[in-house]
Design a protein around this ligand. Structure first.
Ligand code: ZN
Length: 264
């Protein structure tokens, strides 16, 4: 039990850092200097006002200096990251993979919120993520879809290549059909990273669940806003959701389907 509390608090603290990354990376600011400050009045935030989730509650969701409302998103991201870390611990236990999956889910959080805000998926996360993912996939992960590998690196590399190729093909066919860029280069690099960590089956699962979620949300957005042409929906958050589902349930879903097909 104690280990879960420690891991949860660690997740909150890293979550606080993710908020900094989400704000600063797309604005091309340093993620280390200067220290955190209020986005509205630029007053540096005191360390005791910067405790994840808790400070937000104690300050009633407002900046101590200028009283501007602080977005609920900040404590939400901290909480979400903490929740992800204990879920990983619960599902996969302790090992190198705990660290790799935590890093993976944290990077998905950053990708999701930057993509929602700016419609970009920053290279600074996905590009190092590809070789790191291949190395981790090959040597450290008891991964859902990499486990049966004779040579882990082959499967990890194949996964990255599948993610790249599939989304490259979607991107070029999308721009040929719609005469405009439907899928960005960021999605391609993101899926190469996802593939490195989850193998080629993981790429297809992620794409399937991501598209399913995207379709459902897309229909709701169209219904509520009327004109679908004006609403730009980034795809990165859905792919992140797909990757999350694949990581936690991919193996179970696959085994279920294999059983199902064996029956007939
Ligand atoms: Zn302020």
């Amino acid at each position: 039990m104690a280990v879960y509390i420690v891991v949860f608090i660690f997740g909150l603290v890293i979550g606080s850092f993710l908020n900094v990354c989400i704000y600063r990376i797309p604005r091309k600011l340093s993620i280390t200097i200067p220290s955190s400050r209020c986005p509205s009045c630029k007053t540096p935030i005191k360390p005791w006002d910067n405790i994840p989730v808790l400070s937000y509650l104690l300050l009633g969701g407002r900046c101590r200096s200028c009283n501007t409302k602080i977005s609920l998103r900040y404590p939400f991201i901290e909480f979400l990251n903490g929740l992800f870390y204990i879920s990983i611990l619960w599902k996969f236990g302790i090992g190198w993979h705990t660290l790799i999956y935590s890093l993976f889910l944290s990077s998905l959080i950053v990708i999701t919120f930057i993509d929602l805000d700016f419609q970009i998926i920053p290279d600074i996360i996905t590009l190092p993520g590809i070789p790191l993912g291949i190395l981790a996939g090959a040597f450290l992960l008891p991964d859902p879809f990499l486990r049966s590998s004779i040579l882990g690196i082959k499967k990890s590399f194949l996964g990255a290549f599948t993610g790249f190729l599939l989304f490259y093909l979607i991107a070029i066919s999308g721009s040929a059909i719609f005469k405009k860029e439907a899928m960005g280069g960021g999605d391609i690099k993101m899926m190469a990273m996802v593939g490195a960590l989850s193998g080629w089956k993981g790429v297809f699962f992620t794409t399937f669940f991501g598209s399913l979620a995207g379709t459902i949300i897309g229909i709701f957005t169209m219904l509520s806003k009327g004109n679908p042409k004006d609403t730009k929906i980034p795809f990165g958050p859905f792919l992140a959701l797909g990757a999350l589902i694949t990581l936690f349930f991919g193996q179970e879903i696959l085994s279920y389907y294999i059983l199902l097909f064996q029956r007939y």
